[in-house]
Design a protein around this ligand. Structure first.
Ligand code: CP
Ligand code: NVA
Length: 317
């Protein structure tokens, strides 16, 4: 049975129709950012981050401002939560002042708890486990490039089986796409529960899911090659050298791109490390859509705030 979705805590919270609605609205905010400038008039939105951010912070603050609201940026070390105040008390206090809460942090369970105790919408702006708002920006970018033919295309992620890989797999499964994730496997493979869940979703959506350990097979005839950093925020430095050598064959090079379809695109959530997960020729080359993805971080977060505040999203349950 369908209910109202209060929060976006995970990519799997969104149904296909929620995503379609969000992307349609994001398209409108792309051409006219101020078209709903009264949505958050006289309201505030808290943006709480315990990890660094360039795009997500800028996109969130700008989205709130374009909806007529005032963003309030909060750092953990400046709040009492950094001195041991509980998550549930913090959630209740923020709910008393603000109309929504956007959170970037380490543990998924912390954001789940914020969602449980806040009476306002809580949005996951990245955890160690997921990055749902990123995938909304990525999917609208794919739609702009491929239109309706997207469902017939092979969409591949190569690299570390991290939070972005989880979001890619889950979004692709929900949208009924042909989705491929290639990692070195073992410690760097996507989470087993995430793969299981994506396969469950795919049974209903008609998605085709492939989990590989070879970058070349993933790239062959793919319409999109997506990659992300090899060391994510919060990853253990003690793994660095082992991880770097395991991931070396997954670097996106012009040779790897030459295996893809003639109209393929290169994608990256950014920040990027040229010479590690991607060569400069690829990310700065003609197939790269990375700055369009970054542009859509604002349009999609704006759409999310707009529809969550109106209670328009139904979720999956
Ligand atoms: N892609 C992304 O989330 O970028 P930031 O870490 O700069 O927010
Ligand atoms: N996987 C990266 C994404 C950054 C946007 C990280 O978590 O650091």
């Amino acid at each position: 049975m369908s209910t109202k979705l209060k929060d976006l805590l995970r990519t799997s919270d969104l149904s296909k129709s929620d995503i379609e609605l969000l992307l349609e609205t994001a398209g409108k905010f792309a051409s006219n950012p101020l078209r709903s400038k009264k949505t958050l008039a006289k309201k505030t939105v808290a943006i709480y981050m315990t990890k660094s951010s360039t795009r997500t912070r800028l996109a969130s603050e700008t989205a709130v401002a374009h909806l007529g609201g005032t963003p309030i940026f909060l750092r953990a070390d400046e709040l009492q939560i950094g001195r041991g105040e509980t998550i549930s008390d913090t959630a209740k206090i923020i709910s008393g002042f603000c109309s929504a809460l956007i959170v970037r942090t380490f543990s998924q369970s912390d954001i789940d708890e914020l969602g449980k105790h806040a009476s306002i919408p809580v949005i996951n702006a990245l955890t160690d486990d997921d990055h749902p708002t990123q995938l909304l920006a990525d999917w609208i970018t794919l739609k702009e490039n491929f239109g309706k033919s997207i469902s017939n295309r092979k969409l591949a992620y190569v690299g570390d089986g991290n939070n972005v890989a989880t979001a890619w797999l889950t979004m692709g499964a929900t949208m009924g796409a042909h989705i491929v994730v290639a990692t070195p496997g073992g410690k760097w493979a996507p989470n087993e529960n995430v793969i299981k869940q994506a396969n469950e979703i795919a049974k209903k959506s008609g998605a085709k899911i492939e989990i590989l350990t070879d970058a070349k097979s993933a790239a062959k005839n793919a319409s999109a090659i997506y990659t992300d950093v090899w060391m994510s925020m919060g990853d253990s430095e003690s793994d660095r050298s082992e991880k770097m050598s395991a991931l070396k064959p997954f670097m996106v090079t012009p040779e790897l791109m030459s295996l893809t379809s003639s109209d393929s695109v290169f994608m990256h959530c950014l920040p990027a490390h040229r010479g590690e997960e991607v060569s400069a020729e690829v990310i700065d080359g003609p197939k790269s859509v990375v700055f369009r993805q970054a542009f859509h971080r604002r349009t999609t977060i704006q759409a999310l705030l707009y529809h969550l505040s109106k209670g328009d999203l139904k979720g999956n349950n």
